[in-house]
Design a binder for this molecule. Structure first.
Ligand code: 13P
Length: 250
């Protein structure tokens, strides 16, 4: 059975004290959590260790927002998966559209990051999605298919079974323009069908596919109630404990 998951991507927000406060608020709000959704937060690298200490012994799991594409060595300024793992993180967000766009991360590079993350025994949260022009010219499925085919579909079924997918239409990220539940369901069903064709139906049924892009407390319930939407990857609304908890409880 696949799991419902709500993950918060804090992006380049929160300094050290803000991160501690947000983590503490989440810990307090979720101290009596009895729901069955997995909960993940991804603070900036500089706050991973401290946030990890705060959320220890809570249902909240720790993720980074990125990792280096090499294992170790002379790569000034980079952070390896082993460094991330060593401060208690269990997951790594890979392939976010902001990294694809601003840092020109290619599918080839993302596949390297996926392998490194899996080899370290960590869980990739793999992001992908089309831009507005692709949606408007009805190329959204072809775009997503290519993004998946050149990355996660090259993994073994065993490797792939550890991956969380996050469909994030770029036009919905940070814009307040959320995909309709029908648009999300249609794409998620397409993704699941492609997983089934590439691996098999059992693998497809067991894959958590999150939706991301302007997901808020007021639209989360409807999105999450779609048959193939297994939770969300939340940006802006994950920076307010109250909103993030409302989405978890949606
Ligand atoms: P918003 O929720 O702010 O639209 O961001 C979504 C996102 O990019 C999560 O990774």
């Amino acid at each position: 059975m696949r799991k419902m998951i709500v993950a918060g991507n804090w992006k380049m927000n929160t300094d050290f004290s803000e991160a501690k406060e947000l983590a503490q608020n989440l810990k307090n709000s979720l101290s009596n959590y009895t729901g069955d959704k997995g909960i993940i937060i991804a603070p900036p690298f500089t706050n991973l260790s401290e946030v990890g200490n705060i959320i220890k012994c809570t249902p909240i799991q720790l993720s980074s927002q990125n990792c280096a594409s090499e294992e170790s060595g002379a790569y000034t300024g980079e952070i390896s998966v082993n460094m991330i793992k060593s401060v208690g993180a269990e997951a790594v967000i890979i392939g976010h559209s902001e990294r694809r766009e601003y840092f020109k991360e290619s599918n080839e590079l993302l596949l390297k990051k996926l392998k490194l993350t899996l080899n370290a025994g960590m869980q990739p949260i793999f992001c992908f999605g089309e831009v507005l022009e692709e949606r408007e010219s009805e190329q959204h499925e072809a775009t997503v298919d290519k993004q998946l085919s050149e990355t996660v579909f090259k993994l073994t079924p065993e490797e792939f079974s550890k991956v969380i997918l996050a469909y994030e239409p770029v036009w919905a990220i940070g814009t307040g323009k959320v995909a309709t539940p029908e648009q999300a369901q249609e794409m998620h069903a397409f993704i699941r069908k492609r997983i089934s064709e590439n691996f098999d139906e059992t693998v497809a049924e067991n894959t958590s596919i999150l939706y991301g892009g302007s997901c808020k407390p007021n639209n989360a319930k409807e999105l999450f109630s779609q048959k193939d939407v297994d939770g969300g990857l939340i940006g802006g609304a994950s920076l307010k404990a109250e909103d993030f908890v409302a989405i978890i409880n949606a």
